[in-house]
Ligand binder design. Structure first.
Ligand code: AMP
Length: 192
C-alpha cells in the first residue's frame, strides 16, 4: 500500500497533479473538496453544512472532516491498495488522525508532495478558475480568506511532515508536464 498526500495552498495545482498521478500510479483518489462539492450538488444534509463553511472560505470542523474521511476509506475497499489524499489533511489534528487511521490499517503516509507557489500566482490562477468553475469560493474576497486560513491552519503541516522526513517540496509553477516530471523523479527516489 502506497499512500501519498498532495499538499499545497488553494490554486497550487493539487487536483491537476493528482489526476496525473492517478494515471501513473493507479492509486485511489480522495479529494475532500470534490467530495464535499458533490454533497452540495446533491443537496444532502452534509452538503448543506459544508456549503456554509466553504462559501465563507473556512475549513469544515476537524471532527466532521475526519469522520467523513474514515467513512470514505471504509466504504471503498480499493483504498486498501493505496490512496492519493488531495486536500486532506489541512490541519495538524487531521494529520494526526490520518496517521492513526492508516496505522490501524497496517499502513502509513509514504510521501507528501508539497506544491509551492507564490501568493500572487495563486490569486491569479484562482480568479481565472473562478471565471469557469462556478465555484462559490473562487471570488477575490473568499480567495483572500482561504489564503489566510491556509497560512494559519494548514501551512504548519509543512513542518509536521518535514519532521517526519516525508515532505518533498516541489516548485509548483511552470508547465504541468514539467511539474509532474519533477514529482515523478522525487517519488521514484522514495519508493518505500
Ligand atoms: P479544495 O477543493 O481542496 O480547495 O477544498 C474546497 C473547500 O472545501 C475548502 O476551502 C474547505 O472549505 C473545504 N475542505 C476541503 N478539504 C477540507 C479539509 N481537509 N478540512 C476542512 N475543510 C476542507
Amino acid at each position: 500500500m502506497y499512500n501519498l498526500v498532495v499538499f499545497g495552498a488553494p490554486g497550487s495545482g493539487k487536483g491537476t497533479q493528482s489526476a496525473r498521478m492517478i494515471d501513473e500510479y493507479g492509486l485511489y483518489h480522495i479529494s475532500t473538496g470534490e467530495l464535499l462539492r458533490d454533497h452540495i450538488a446533491r443537496q444532502t444534509e452534509l452538503g448543506r453544512i459544508a456549503d456554509e463553511y466553504i462559501s465563507q472560505g473556512h475549513l469544515i470542523p476537524d471532527d466532521l472532516m475526519i469522520s467523513i474521511l474514515e467513512n470514505t476509506l471504509d466504504s471503498n475497499p480499493e483504498t486498501a491498495s493505496g490512496v492519493i489524499f488531495d486536500g486532506f489533511p489541512r490541519t495538524i489534528p487531521q494529520a494526526e488522525a490520518l496517521n492513526g487511521m492508516l496505522e490501524r490499517r497496517g499502513a502509513k503516509v509514504n510521501a507528501v508532495i508539497g506544491l509551492e507557489v507564490d501568493d500572487a500566482e495563486l490569486i491569479d490562477r484562482l480568479l481565472k478558475r473562478g471565471q469557469e468553475s462556478g465555484r462559490s469560493d473562487d471570488n477575490l474576497e473568499t480567495i483572500n480568506e482561504r489564503l489566510n486560513v491556509y497560512n494559519k491552519q494548514t501551512a504548519p503541516l509543512r513542518d509536521f511532515y518535514i519532521k517526519e522526513g516525508k515532505y518533498h517540496a516541489i516548485k509548483g509553477s511552470g508547465s504541468i508536464d514539467d511539474i509532474f516530471n519533477e514529482i515523478r523523479t522525487r517519488l521514484n527516489s522514495v519508493k518505500n
